[in-house]
Design a protein around this ligand. Sequence first.
Ligand code: AQP
Length: 333
Amino acid sequence: MDDKKIIFSGTQPSGVLTLGNYLGAIKNWVELQKDYRCIYAMMDLHTITVRNTPADIRRRTLEVLALYIASGIDPDENIMFIQSQNPNHAELAWVLNCYTYMGELQRMTQFKDKSARHAENINAGLLTYPVLMAADILLYQTDFVPVGKDQMQHIEICRDIAGRFNSLYGDVFKIPEGLLSKTGAKIMSLQDPVKKMSKSDPNPKSYISMMDDMNVIAKKIKGAVTDSEGKVEYREGDDTKAGINNLLSIMSAVTGRSIEAIAADYQNQGYGVFKADVAEAVVECIRPIREKYDKLINDKAYLSGICKNGAENARRISERTLNKVYKKVGFVI
Ligand code: AQP
């Protein structure tokens, strides 16, 4: 590898990617690829922590890859691979499980949220998800992990696990840092704007899917829950304003303009005009990505070739860390 700093990140093929995934993560990855050595994965091992239809996971894994490329990630310059095609992830996760405490895992917001949402299936994988995520990151001696705000707690636990391991065995892992996108936006549900926008939300009106038709996107934004005050004003932390805050954040993230400037433009306008303009801006952001995606998705041989090549590279790089770990804990290698 060259001396560029290393970036690792990924998304789960647990649904069709949302505007939240794009604005919180992928858009930022596109900018980072110029200056860093980037590794972007399709995190299918994480996807089985909740029940999904196997055929859906398989299909969506390639859809996620096509969307990465359509968003502007260059497959010739970056490593892109399917997590389950590099067994080193599962192997390191097992070791790290033995250096992570139950109490740490039970405190995680995502575990609490998903346990509440999937009360019939609170499996051990849901609890140890952050350990697998720590393995994903630490295997590549990653410097930075570009994620949305919702994942920052998992970066913290990853740093804690790595620090604990290093303090026992010497400098085995680089301690990674989370990297928020410039806007740092956490995109919220359009129907319940105090909850994050999530691709596995059972209500499709709550999220904008990157695969939605342009008229569906506009309809969903026009139907977004707001308030009865009628003022386009950003009030951080005020839950009664959560809907408008969210639309302002979205508008800012897709246009690159500041929230203050956008709010000033609409101070004398009603929500109808504002929502129509947000809808148009989102459609214009997604349209070119969709056009490229539609061309790519039918070329399965091309997409599979990228995965195969990516998995070989990922395996080769991550093997060094895994061997070091095995040696340190006492395994014969
Ligand atoms: N609403 C969001 N706002 C900003 N960033 C977000 N991300 C996800 N939702 C938002 C970022 O997208 C990246 C990939 O996420 P993931 O697929 O690994 O898992 P997730 O965070 O659990 O995303 P979802 O959409 O909520 O998936 P499900 O519904 O399957 O749990 C991450 O960098 C994340 O921060």
